[in-house]
Design a protein around this ligand. Structure first.
Ligand code: ADP
Ligand code: ZN
Length: 744
């Protein structure tokens, strides 16, 4: 038996960027292991921390003893800690910040416990004569006691009382007589406890699906040498069925599985499909998402950690679910940018999933109708295996995509830019046939700016360098970046003329325009403003599904993974919005968006039709999407990226220097660039510091430095070294984003 540890190396939950050693007092030695949570003295206070190593000796000076162990057992496995170390190095982020992401706050702090409720069981011995006497004197007590005596195991007091229609007073009287025992026990708060799930069984797969599942099966048999699998399947090709059957195979091996989905598609519909398929034991499926209460999150997490749950479905951070004996990680819609966390640690859950799979020797299955350039590129390089589903299961044809040239429409009439004549006619035809329409615009609000026609000034946010958006329902101007709102001025505050005009339009205006053109139709809008409550979101989806809404107008909220069989028309009001972003992924986003949105049309009996309104009808991403030509699009996009040294053939690191003093931000950015240039040498491309496209955000002036190169881990290390040696003034902040998705 190995000797009990004498010291623990601890990462405390504070930004001190180093590990500290503590002595383990005699009585605690058996209870401490890697991953244990502790309370330790730090300076003149105490702090919480996580054990990353146990030691027999230490040469750290002035080692102090641990105060207490928090919780019953370690809450981070060595494998998850190793994953955390990788994230820390790769994403250039201090480990204590990474640990914050590895564990939900409610678990880390250990303040919330299980919900305690009373359980009933009969006392050990009940004299027969007392029972008889009770029957005469207190018939209700006797009735309850009889029910209790039939129990083979303790039951919840509330359940028992409900079943017998007896009250708490009766139960307490029995307890007082010593005839029953009441004990507190833990119960799980299950957010889905009151829902019924329709049980489903495995479907008979078509030929392409059989091949795809075979790939997963082979990988599960030899996970150590298996490569990540990219399942490229058009929308409706039955990818989810592959996930479900793949998970079944993993469970049959006695293993566990994680399914990552983008938060936005973590709908009741998705959860139902997984709960329904594994309904033989409802407890084995845990769901992690941002709408859980702290208590529910605590319970789901411990259900996973204790091994009771074997399948976890969740958004980004579920990649850290503490499952043991992992067999399979599925990443659905792997191209989704919401997998990237936009605050430190700025990790990408898909890439973390691939690394976790490697560390824990499990299989990783990435799925998408529009794979990211990165993942697809990895299949052409042989790092990932490509698996394809080219047909829709229902054998419906892909929807017909029609391009509407807005340059021609705009010559006819300005209002045609919102709803062209062709799209108008198509919507009208759907209304007559009682079929449904989705109209899509990636911009919320009513008008996107308020301009003065005299002096040309637009109303800008005082904190950010963007125009304020007019929201008609609030009758206010609002900044979509910082939330600042302002009253609508009567006259131009700059020149004093009464010449203000609204320009640009968002979903609110589309909704209003469509309602005016089709007064008989039920039109509803759905965007982040109107959908702040999750019930509102569910209500609209339910009404739409049951046919109570004819036309749904919305932002990307409605572009993702929803099935509406009666939708036969999708209109994309302006396909150019993404294209004009100052971002090398603009073309990729447009292609993905068009393809995903088109996938919403014609999933039922009738095949669908998609209208794409654009001022740039010949841009490659629009043309390739129109012809459902993924590989054509991939070829030309890859060529463009390689020509400019952008990902996927190179890695990028975006550094942002910001300060409320513009000169200080600029000066610090220039200093930083000089140091980086010295430290990085010729192996990496170091860009010039430039004002960010969004040059002011929330009162802070921002400068960007873009780094590029092949050896990303070396690059991250050198960036960290440079930053550690460079003191910045207190009011200058520097952030590092490895493999960035937001370039604004
Ligand atoms: P995807 O995830 O690729 O969009 P889904 O898995 O949601 O596709 O499949 C679309 C529809 O087809 C679902 O209703 C699903 O139940 C059904 N389906 C999938 N595979 C089969 C199959 N082999 N036989 C019959 N129906 C299937
Ligand atoms: Zn703002």
């Amino acid at each position: 038996m190995p000797a009990l540890p004498q010291y623990a190396r601890v990462i405390i939950d504070r930004a001190i960027h180093r590990e500290l050693d503590y002595a383990i007092p005699e009585g605690l030695r058996e209870r401490i292991a890697i991953g244990s949570r502790l309370r330790v003295p730090f300076r003149d206070k105490s702090a919480l921390g996580t054990v990353v190593q146990v030691l027999q000796e230490t040469d750290a000076p002035g080692v102090r003893p641990i105060e207490a162990v928090v919780g019953d057992a370690p809450i981070l496995s060595p494998a998850l800690l190793e994953l955390g170390q990788w994230i820390s190095t790769y994403y250039c982020c201090p480990i204590e910040i990474v640990i914050r992401s590895l564990l939900p706050q409610v678990v880390r702090k250990g303040e919330v416990g299980w919900k305690k409720q009373l359980f009933v069981q009969p006392s050990a011995n009940i004299p027969a004569e007392q029972l008889e006497a009770l029957g005469r004197r207190a018939p209700r007590q006797a009735e309850l006691l009889e029910a209790v005596m039939k129990l083979s195991a303790p039951v919840l007091a509330t359940d028992l009382l409900r079943k017998t229609s007896l009250d708490n007073q009766t139960l307490r009287a029995l307890q007082k007589r010593g005839l029953v025992e009441l004990k507190e026990g833990a119960v799980a708060r299950d957010p889905h406890a009151n829902e019924e799930f329709m049980r489903t069984t495995s479907l008979t797969l078509n030929q392409e699906q059989v091949t795809a599942l075979k790939g997963v099966e082979d990988a599960l048999r030899d996970p150590e040498s298996a490569r990540p699998i990219l399942l490229h399947g058009v929308t409706g090709s039955g990818k989810t069925e592959i996930y479900l059957q793949g998970i079944r195979l993993a469970l049959n091996q006695g293993k566990t599985a994680i399914v990552l989905v983008p938060e936005i598609s973590l709908t009741p519909q998705t959860v139902e499909r997984f709960k329904g398929r594994f309904a033989e034991d409802p407890e084995q499926v845990a769901v992690l998402h941002s709408h859980l209460s702290e208590g529910e999150r605590h319970d789901e997490w411990h259900k996973i950690n204790s091994g009771r749950a074997r399948i976890v479905i969740g958004a980004r951070s579920a990649v850290f679910a503490p499952l043991k004996n992992l067999g399979l990680i599925v990443v659905d819609e792997e191209h989704e940018t919401t997998y990237k966390q936009e605050e430190a640690p700025r990790y990408h859950a898909r890439d973390v999933a691939v690394v976790r799979a490697k560390l824990e020797k499990c299989v990783v299955l990435l799925g998408s109708a529009t794979p990211s350039l990165e993942s697809y590129h990895n299949t052409t390089k042989g790092r990932y295996v490509l698996s394809e589903l080219s047909q829709r299961v229902d054998e419906n044809r892909m929807p017909l995509i029609r391009i509407v040239d807005l340059r021609l429409e705009a010559r006819k009439d300005k209002s045609m830019i919102i709803l062209s004549e062709k799209l108008r006619t198509a919507v009208g035809a759907r209304l007559e046939k009682k079929e449904q329409t989705i109209l899509f615009l990636n911009r919320r609000g009513f008008s996107t700016s308020l301009l003065c026609s005299n002096c040309g000034e637009a109303r800008e946010c005082p904190n950010c360098s963007v125009a304020l958006t007019f929201h008609r329902d609030l009758n206010r101007l609002s900044c979509h970046l910082c939330g600042h709102t302002a009253a609508v001025p009567k006259k131009c505050p700059a020149c004093g003329k009464d010449a203000l005009i609204y320009s640009g339009f968002g979903t609110e205006k589309v909704e209003a325009t469509v309602s005016a053109i089709f007064p008989q139709a039920v039109v509803r809008g759905m965007d982040a403003d109107s959908m702040t409550r999750k019930e509102a979101y569910r209500d609209v989806l339910r009404s739409f599904r049951t046919g109570k809404i004819d036309i749904l107008v919305g932002t990307q909220m409605i572009a993702k993974g929803l099935h509406f069989p009666n939708v036969t028309l999708v209109g994309i009001i302006n396909a150019d919005l993404a294209l004009h972003m100052p971002d090398f992924r603009a073309g990729e986003r447009t292609f993905q968006l068009l393809t995903q949105v088109s996938g919403r049309a014609g999933r039922g009996e009738t095949s669908g039709e998609v209208f794409v309104q654009t001022f740039t009808p010949f841009s490659p991403s629009i043309q390739f999407a129109r012809h459902h030509d993924f590989s054509g699009y991939f070829q030309q996009e890859l060529e463009f990226r390689e020509k400019c040294n952008f990902p996927p053939s190179n890695h990028a690191v975006l550094m942002t220097v910001r300060s409320s003093h513009p000169e200080r931000a600029q000066f610090s950015a220039e200093t930083l660039r000089r140091r980086l240039k010295e430290n990085l040498g010729d192996e990496f491309v170091v860009g010039e510091p430039t004002p960010a496209p969004l040059k002011k955000l929330q009162g802070q002036y921002r400068f960007h430095i873009l780094l590029r190169g092949q050896a990303i881990v070396r690059l991250s290390r050198k960036v960290r070294e440079t930053l550690d040696k460079l003191p910045f003034p207190d009011d200058v902040l520097v952030t590092v984003d490895v493999d960035p998705y937001q370039l604004l």
